[in-house]
Ligand binder design. Structure first.
Ligand SMILES: NC(=O)c1ccc[n+]([C@@H]2O[C@H](COP(=O)([O-])OP(=O)(O)OC[C@H]3O[C@@H](n4cnc5c(N)ncnc54)[C@H](O)[C@@H]3O)[C@@H](O)[C@H]2O)c1
Length: 315
């Protein structure tokens, strides 16, 4: 199949691209190498993926509406996986309007270009943040727009535009809500990646807020959820892709201490915009996709620490 992966130079996108080319799909990565975090790191991610087979790389910004329409028509893909976005809750509070551009306007351009190019399936990367500060487990129907960060509001809005363009063009739309993803090549601004890097350098780590828990999901499980959606799902659906098993910060710290016995922690009050807990109800993913998270947290964290020790110094 011909598949466009927007944001394919990013964390999740580069892992997905690797899996798709290994399965002999013709993959077109569209990514502008946005400097939210190091473009050099994104280039290294692409180089790593290129070691597993060939794919097309188009360095362009999805905000260019006419260009996107032309590119999508030229490629004429069967499937579009739209992962490109400006991620991160904290930065969205500083720069909310950038999230309207990168997470809403860019999504509209991709939806419109997909419709005009005759795409049959559109997969959108949404986020657990759309559940706001409710108590879990989160079932898909619990998202109601009552969110607490501009990032979450832009994802909820982009989901809504996905429904609009499904009705305008009639393609299948699958909205996948990912829960805190971690693993090798993990985003350097996220807790696990940044903690490991600091601990390797003997620096103190800072924890915001007490009594928090996150449904940390290993990257291979996320990629598997996307892959199953591409291959098995035949109708439009909104589906959580998570581990279904919240990890408390105390447990995360205990596991990190096992890898870094001299760990030093600085505790601060919670940051605005951060939800207290996330917890995915994954019954729908299990039932509709045959999805099953395979990597438990201890194993996933060990793999991530091992990767960081071998690679982080050169990134
Ligand atoms: N990582 C997580 O824990 C997580 C959780 C929930 C949802 N998500 C969502 O999954 C998707 C991928 O996340 P990620 O962690 O891989 O992020 P990432 O920042 O590593 O990847 C996103 C990529 O999109 C590209 N991009 C952004 N705007 C673009 C534009 N206008 N044109 C072209 N390229 C553009 C960036 O350069 C980057 O390479 C995002 O939509 C994110 O919101 C991620």
């Amino acid at each position: 199949m011909k598949i466009i992966v927007t944001g394919g130079a990013g964390f999740i996108g580069s892992h997905l691209t690797k899996k798709l080319i290994q399965e002999n799909h013709e993959v077109y990565v569209i990514d502008c190498l946005h400097p939210y975090y190091s473009p050099e790191r994104k280039k290294k991610q692409l180089e790593h993926v290129a070691g597993f087979g060939s794919f097309h790389f188009i360095q362009k910004d999805l905000l260019d509406r006419e260009e996107m329409e032309a590119v999508f028509k030229r490629i004429s893909p069967h499937v579009v996986v739209h992962l490109a976005a400006l991620p991160g809750v904290a930065y969205s509070i500083e720069e909310p309007l950038k999230y309207v551009d990168y997470d809403i306007k860019a999504t509209i351009n991709v939806l419109e270009a997909s419709g005009k190019a005759g795409v049959s399936k559109f997969v959108f990367a949404s986020s657990s943040s759309v559940y706001g500060n409710q108590s879990g487990p989160f079932k898909e129907e619990m998202a109601n727009g009552n969110v607490i960060s501009p990032y979450a509001a832009s994802k909820f809005s982009a989901e809504s535009f996905c429904h609009v363009y499904e009705s305008l063009f009639g393609f299948q739309v699958n909205i996948l809500r990912f829960f805190t993803v971690y693993g090798p090549w993990g985003r350097p601004d996220m807790a696990i990646g940044s903690f490991i890097k600091k601990l390797m350098n003997g620096e103190e780590i800072t924890l915001f807020g007490e009594g928090r828990a996150r449904d940390f999901t290993y990257i291979e499980d996320i990629v598997n959820g996307i892959y199953l959606t591409i291959h098995t799902l035949t109708k439009s659906e909104v589906i959580n892709i998570g581990s279904g098993r919240p990890i408390t910060m105390d447990y995360l710290l205990a596991q990190l201490r096992w890898h870094f016995p001299n760990m030093k922690i600085n505790k601060e009050t919670s940051r605005v915009g951060d939800v207290v807990n996330t917890w995915a109800d994954i019954e729908k993913a299990e039932r509709l996709l045959g999805y099953e998270p395979r990597v438990d947290f201890k194993k996933g964290l060990s793999e991530t620490v091992k990767w960081a020790k071998e690679n982080e110094k050169i990134l």
